[in-house]
Design a protein around this ligand. Structure first.
Ligand code: ZN
Length: 379
């Protein structure tokens, strides 16, 4: 698990998250622009939540990137998108970008700041999804056509779900932050675990049929109308036909617990936002939440639509996540950041995680460059 998460009072220790398949890494320090990178262990794919400071991410993190989920387009949450395009331009893939209404225009304006006359067939595509309450609009920016925007059919939206694959699903709601700001919940999807004891008790012989049922389960496909399986009775084998395949799947499935992560970026502490956070984040195992201000600056939090420590304490008392990571503290507290942890009062079932102030070395000054390394071999 990521070493950047540290329990309070402990210099450094590994944290045992309950996730079977999700591997979260928060790639920003307490004061840096936020960026959560999520990897699915089973297939090595990456998902990015917010797109702030990312110059320190290895290029491989980008080549495995499937989708980016942006909370809002304030510069500290969105400026990294240029680097994403730069790293992926020649990767020949399609990357999904999710954000609030207007994010496609903002992406188009970013791209229009560059010349794309050298476009090649192998350039990547970007599919931008604008999340509305009742639908998701989709705009394609094809690399081989110099990113000239093309509208694709909108999808209907019923409920919070906006994205899913075989291993995870992402839900969202739109909060107020003087602009729309999306909050995200990531749930592990259950896999199909066969209960070997039940299989044995039913005297069924394992075969390719198990893989076929797993595929139907994960991809939410219809089960076959009937299934021929070999059955063992003593030393005898005979073929049987199962007609209630869905019933067999339910019978053989080993119950499992799935886990979830909540990502709450900049939001104001209005009554509506509070209700939305409590509803979408109910039962999450790991909550990452902005906490820009200390209690003393509640008026600044209100006027800029951010959260302060007393707001976050109220949310934690209701949500009781197993782990909580406060993030995105105002840089004005760089010398007083310990006060953040002193003011936070998570319930006893919640483990408070701490970030270092900054994860990356500070940038160099001109007088720190060693010019001798440019002078070539000594003569
Ligand atoms: Zn903001």
């Amino acid at each position: 698990m990521p070493a950047c998460f540290v329990k309070p009072g402990v210099a450094s220790m590994k944290i045992s998250f309950p996730f079977r398949n999700l591997m979260p890494t928060f790639f920003a320090g307490l004061l840096d622009d936020p960026l959560l990178l999520l990897r699915t262990r089973s297939n090595g794919r990456h998902f990015m939540f917010d797109c702030g400071q990312l110059h320190h991410l290895a290029k491989r993190s980008f080549t495995n990137l499937d989708a980016i989920f942006v909370s809002h387009a304030h510069m500290d949450h969105w400026m990294g998108i240029d680097s994403v395009v730069r790293h992926l331009i020649a990767a020949g893939k399609t990357v999904d970008i999710y954000g609030g209404p207007g994010i496609a225009d903002k992406f188009e304006h970013k791209l229009s700041g560059y010349d794309w006359n050298l476009a090649e067939d192998y350039w990547s595509n970007f599919k931008v999804h604008e999340v509305f309450p009742d639908r998701i609009d989709c705009e394609l920016f094809p690399g081989n056509e110099s990113f000239i925007r093309r509208s694709l059919p909108a999808e209907e939206r019923n409920g919070p779900l906006i994205y899913q694959n075989d291993f995870l699903k992402v839900s969202a709601d739109c909060c107020e932050h003087r602009v729309d700001s999306l909050i995200y919940r990531i749930d592990e999807r259950p896999t199909y675990l066969i209960d070997r004891q039940k299989l044995e008790a039913m005297q069924l012989v394992p075969g390719p049929w198990i893989g076929e049922l797993k595929r139907c389960f994960l991809q939410q496909l219809s089960y076959p109308a009937e299934l021929k399986i070999t059955c063992r009775e003593g030393n005898q084998f005979r073929e049987i036909v199962i007609r209630d395949v869905g019933g067999l799947v339910a019978q053989l499935n080993k119950p499992q617990r799935t886990s979830s992560i909540g990502y709450v970026s900049d939001i104001g502490f209005s009554r509506q936002n509070r209700e939305k956070v409590l509803t979408l984040m109910e039962g999450v195992d790991l909550l990452l939440c902005e906490c820009t201000f200390l209690r003393e600056a509640e008026d600044r939090a209100r006027s800029s639509s951010h959260l302060c420590t007393s707001d976050v304490n109220e949310l934690l008392a209701e949500l009781k996540p197993r782990f909580f990571l406060p993030m995105h503290l105002s840089r004005s507290y760089s010398r007083r950041h310990q006060e953040l942890y002193q003011e936070l009062e998570p319930p006893e079932e919640t483990t408070l995680l701490q970030l270092p102030l900054q994860l990356t070395p500070r940038p160099l000054l001109a007088n720190e460059i060693d010019w001798h390394c440019y002078s070539g071999p000594e003569r």
